[in-house]
Every structure is written in C-alpha cells, then in structure tokens.
Design a binder for this molecule. Structure first.
Ligand code: SF4
Length: 315
C-alpha cells in the first residue's frame, strides 16, 4: 500500500523556499512520518509567484480584512495569494491531513501576528491566509502545526485522526458509501470514540441504528462531522482506562484469574500515570491474539496506527 496522502509546508521537508532562502527541516516529518505518509508539499508564497529570496511579508488588517503586505513598505501580495489558493484548493480534497509551518502569515495555523495599516502589531490571534482557506474548505481534515507535534499528546492525537480519516475516505466516503460500509466503520472505531468522547459516542448509536429515516448521504455527513469532532478531543487517562475496561470485558472468558488481576493492576497504574498506555494495551492485545474474539478483531482502538511509530510509549 502506498503512503497516506498528507499535505505539508515545503520548508518542513528541508527545501530552501523560505523568504531568506532557508528552510525549517523537520526530521520527524522526513525520517519518521515519511515512512507512512506520502507528502504533497506546497509553499504557497513561492507558488503564488513571490520567488526566493523574497521580501518578508506579514498580515495587515484593513477594514477587518487581512492582507499580505511586505514588512518594509506597502507592496501587497494578497491578490496573488488568493488567486493561487483558488487554483490549488480543489486539488487538495484527497489529502487525509496537513502539517503546517508555524508563525507564517501564509501557513501559520494560529497565533499569527496581525498589524495595523501603519505596521504595528495589534493582536496575535491571526491565521495565515493559506491555512485559513485550507481549514475552511476541508473542516474535517486533521490539520496541525509542526511545532505542536513535539507534544506527545498532540502528536498521537493528530496521527490517530489521520489514520481514521484515511479509513473513512477509502472505505466510506463518496462512491463507497453504503449502509454496511458506514456500520462497519462505526464498529471499527467504537472504542476509540468511547475513549475520546463518551457523550458523542452515545449520540452515534441512535444515528447508526436508523439508516432509513433520511438520505444515507445526510446521515453519513452528520456522522463524520461528529466523529472527527470527537476524535479531535484529547483523551484523558480516566477515559482510556474506561475504554480499556470495556475491551477487557470481551476478553474475560479467555483470561485466567491471575491474568485478569495483572491487567487490572496495569490499567489502574496507567490511570495513575505510572505506566504509559502501551503497557495495558499490550496485555489486552496478547489476550486477543491468544484467543481472538471476533468483535475485537477489527477494533482500531487496539492498533490505530503502526506500532513502529511508538506513540503509545509516551501517552
Ligand atoms: S512557511 Fe509556508 S510559505 Fe513560508 S516558506 Fe514554509 S511553506 Fe513557504
């Protein structure tokens, strides 16, 4: 299988496309994620025709509208950027995620400085023009800034969402949508949903139970919006422990008394923050491998992404 298609700011791949001719190489992206993702790299400023090297630009606000202006002077590159964005955006529909470079007036996802017409910083909660258009056009797509991927929890959450969204795009979205495809997707991700947001998990049951009440596409649209909303919520240790106990419930028949006790001890140790998630999860996976339970066989919660990413060693 080829890698999952994921967009990325070109400078993160080590390409010298920044305004000063430099780059922002992310080894995590090129040496770890590149083994699983097939990157589609875009440098909006270069591809909008601004060249390398180019004058530094920043966001300025005129009449509540953000524009891309050179930091020294008043040259305005907004129209070139908007025209590039309009051309490129439809071609990004196939991406399952996007990794953006922080602090850029084009690529930055959050906390970008916004200046007044005189060039003074007035607030710092702007978003780059390309990032804004991307997130508006594809609200379901997992998007993250590279710097935030240094946080173990955010990194694990982003990658889990990319793999889940890829499953949706390959097996449920578009022409592959059938009642069975939707039900099977829900079944595969049940425990992940439970761990991420029990409230949404409870809303999903009735939604999936009646697939004849309205057009299937409408139900699928509502479903995937709720699904991605749930998945973007951070899982706390208590919620994971709860989901782990649910999984254990399916395996109890094949587990000896001592084994159950060890697993319970490790789930509780995880809940208290004494061991990482990989510890109780490995015990559950061993029990499932020894005497497989059909219902758990397809559960993505047990293996939401390749083990070699090592993400559950740190959460
Ligand atoms: S942050 Fe975006 S616009 Fe700036 S160099 Fe990197 S890819 Fe290009």
């Amino acid at each position: 299988m080829s890698g999952i298609p994921v967009g990325i700011s070109t400078c993160l791949l080590g390409k010298e496309v920044r305004h000063d001719g430099g780059h922002k190489h992310s080894r995590f992206c090129t040496q770890v994620l590149a083994r699983h993702f097939e990157f589609r790299s875009i440098c909006p400023e270069l591809e909008a025709g601004l060249g390398v090297p180019r004058p530094a630009i920043h966001l300025r606000e005129y009449d509540n509208k953000l524009r891309l202006i050179e930091t020294k002077g008043t040259a305005d590159h907004t129209d070139a950027m908007q025209s590039f964005i309009e051309d490129i955006m439809p071609s990004l529909a196939n991406l399952r995620g996007y990794i953006l470079m922080a602090k850029s007036p084009s690529c930055g996802m959050e906390r970008i400085k916004v200046h007044n017409p005189e060039g003074r910083v007035t607030h710092r909660d702007g978003r780059g023009l390309f990032a804004e258009a991307l997130m508006k056009a594809y609200p379901l797509m997992p998007v993250e800034e590279e710097g935030r991927l240094n946080d173990d929890g955010l990194r694990e959450n982003f990658i889990e969402r990319v793999f889940a969204y890829d499953d949706w795009m390959r097996n449920v979205a578009g022409e592959t949508l059938t009642p069975q495809a939707l039900i099977e997707f829900h079944t595969r991700h049940k425990f992940q949903l439970l761990a991420h947001c029990e409230k949404i998990y409870r809303q999903m049951g009735p939604l999936i139970a009646d697939l004849k009440s309205e057009p299937l596409q409408d139900i699928a649209d509502r479903y995937i919006h709720l699904f991605m909303e749930a998945m973007s919520q951070k899982v706390n240790r208590g919620a994971h422990a709860n989901a782990l106990q649910h999984v254990m419930g399916f395996l109890k028949g094949s587990m000896g008394q001592e084994e159950k006790q060890v697993l319970n001890e490790q789930i509780n140790a995880y809940r208290r923050g004494e061991v990482p998630l990989v510890v109780p999860m490995t015990l559950l996976r061993m029990a499932q491998r020894r005497e497989p339970v059909d219902y758990l066989h397809s559960q993505q919660y047990l293996t939401p992404y390749p083990d070699e990413l090592g993400l559950r060693n740190n959460v």
